[in-house]
Design a protein around this ligand. Structure first.
Ligand SMILES: [Zn+2]
Length: 241
């Protein structure tokens, strides 16, 4: 793993944990400096806690506090909220979304940038932010660009993108990941309580979850900047004519 900083860019508090929590914990444990640009405070989130602890007015403040706690658990020391409006990113001018990303690229000179894989983020905010990241990186001279690596939201994207370019084991960071998930309590408390209940009651389900946890790995796809995102077919071994 590189010692150069890694820049993480997502639109919502909790994207970092749900999408890449185990991997970010691993990088932090290995001493890689991480900076997270979180575009919004997640104020349009549908969940208000379980039991309900937030109102529409208090949700942004609560989610920001949850985000800072989760990032501190994962080991992300530099968290920057960009102040864009939740669920509205697709309506922002792309240059405005890209500007803070471009500034962070110049300031931090990261070796890698993580975000949702462009057009496979499943949510308009996710895709808008990925497009902004592509624009920001594209603004750098080709030989100064960090590697752009995308994670995908659903298994459906696998069919379009093929096998991931990197598969990084993260099972050793499962406890840290789950602690970070718990920190996003307005969004995760109901889901985590349900999982724990089923694990306690259903031996088969518990075995399934434990098996999945033991194989946990981050899957990343390299976004090819030089071909504007067109992925080359997998290299086949040369065949003599
Ligand atoms: Zn999100």
């Amino acid at each position: 793993m590189p010692d150069q900083p890694i820049l993480v860019v997502f639109p919502h508090p909790d994207d970092e944990t749900f999408a890449l929590g185990g991997l970010l914990a691993r990088h932090a444990a290995e001493g890689t400096p991480l900076t997270y640009l979180c575009a919004t405070r997640g104020e349009a989130g549908r969940n208000m806690g379980h039991p309900i602890v937030a109102t529409r007015e208090t949700l942004p403040e609560i989610r920001e506090a949850e985000l800072r706690e989760a990032c501190s658990i994962l080991g992300i020391r530099d968290v920057r909220l960009l102040g864009f409006r939740d669920r509205m990113l697709e309506f922002e001018a792309l240059e405005d979304l890209a500007r803070p990303v471009a500034e962070a690229l110049l300031e931090l000179r990261p070796s890698r940038v993580y975000t949702y894989y462009p057009e496979h983020g499943y949510h308009p905010d996710h895709d808008a932010m990925s497009r902004a990241v592509v624009l920001a990186i594209g603004g750098l001279p080709a030989d100064q660009r960090p590697l752009l690596l995308g994670t995908v939201f659903s298994e459906a994207a696998l069919a379009a993108l093929g096998e991931p370019d990197e598969v990084i084991p993260t099972a050793a960071y499962g406890e840290t990941l789950r602690a970070a998930l718990r920190a996003h309590r307005t969004q995760t408390a109901a889901m985590m309580a349900e999982t724990e209940r089923r694990m306690a009651e259903d031996e088969g389900f518990r075995a399934q979850v434990e098996e999945a946890r033991s194989k946990m790995a981050a899957k990343l796809w390299v976004y090819p900047m030089d071909t504007n995102g067109v992925r080359r077919p997998p290299q086949e071994s040369p065949v003599s004519a």
